[in-house]
Design a binder for this molecule. Sequence first.
Ligand SMILES: *Cc1c(COP(=O)(O)O)cnc(C)c1O
Length: 380
Amino acid sequence: MDKLKIPFNKPYLTGKEMHYMYQAINSGKISGNGMFTRKCQKFFEEKYGFRKTLLTTSCTDALEMCAILADIRPGDEVIIPSYTFVSTALAFVREGATIVFADSGTLNPNMDISKLEQLITPRTKAIVPVHYAGIACDMDAIMNLADKYGILVIEDAAQSVDSFYKGRALGSIGHLASFSFHETKNINSGEGGMLAINDTRFVKRAEIIWEKGTNRSEFFRGEVNKYGWVDIGSSFLPSEIIAAYLFAQIENLDMIQTRRKHIWESYYKRLNGVCRDCGIKVPYIPDYATNNAHMFYLLCRDLDQRTGLIDHLKNDGIQAVFHYLSLHKSQYYQIRHDGRELPNSDMYTEQLVRLPLYFELGDDDVDRIIDSIKTFTGKA
Ligand SMILES: *Cc1c(COP(=O)(O)O)cnc(C)c1O
């Protein structure tokens, strides 16, 4: 009998989603910025210390709001790692920014902080660190550089819910931050996201941009007696139906995180030694960072070994995947890139592989995946 396939990802349903969505629908208020939106925002502000949050329809949207808030103009430079999802760069490119790609470090895919200062010029408007796999970048070093040169820091915290840097929540340190609730993230609403605003200078304008360039949020609070068109913006807010779904996930965040961390630890403990002998590395987490178990990845010796491992797992019914292709070599940006080589970014592009990691992945599934990898490394 064929073994049941183990998919790479399976979005978790807590069971309360339909209940809250029904409540939202039944309330007669299903457009955005209603009760569930406020409940979600309040939760994040209170639990993680973000000064102000706004739910969005995606992390991409939250990043687009950041680019507008940062007042990016054509020719402004924005420093972004090359090994990241397209949206990190795209949101700024839409406003005319020139992307200055930073290389990853050798220890993990986060940007190499030791080479960051040399990328800063008088045109640098923002630095966008991506906390890869929810593992913090060295935020003290980044914030110090930003202060020294008067640059904004916008955290791409898409993968970083419930993760910390020296005790501070990721997304609470930069001037602005973005989160994703895409179905592949720890908690999700299918598509979804959130803007976190830590520099209160941006709060008022963010609410306006969020509500199609109108001061409707102030109107709803009774701060102005009519509302109208006051700035640029778009329709960045999700409907109450999506917020209701997300609220069910939020309520179960601790339980979801406990299970994900358990799976992550099993992989780490049991693969560390097995892999080392054939040149495969397990993730590196610096002392200043926590692990939110967003992702478990392995770093193969080279592209051939990775292709072999993915094929081997596939034969055993296990779906493992690689992802980001260096953005500086992408079809869209390579002709615009300044030509610098970014060898570590290319290394992760060729050597990183992600293993299945989701709430419902059973201990027996984890055993099967680990056994398959052991066979691959010739250790079974
Ligand atoms: C998932 C992800 C995004 C995009 O999130 P969406 O909610 O799908 O827009 C952006 N950046 C990183 C690093 C991500 O992992």
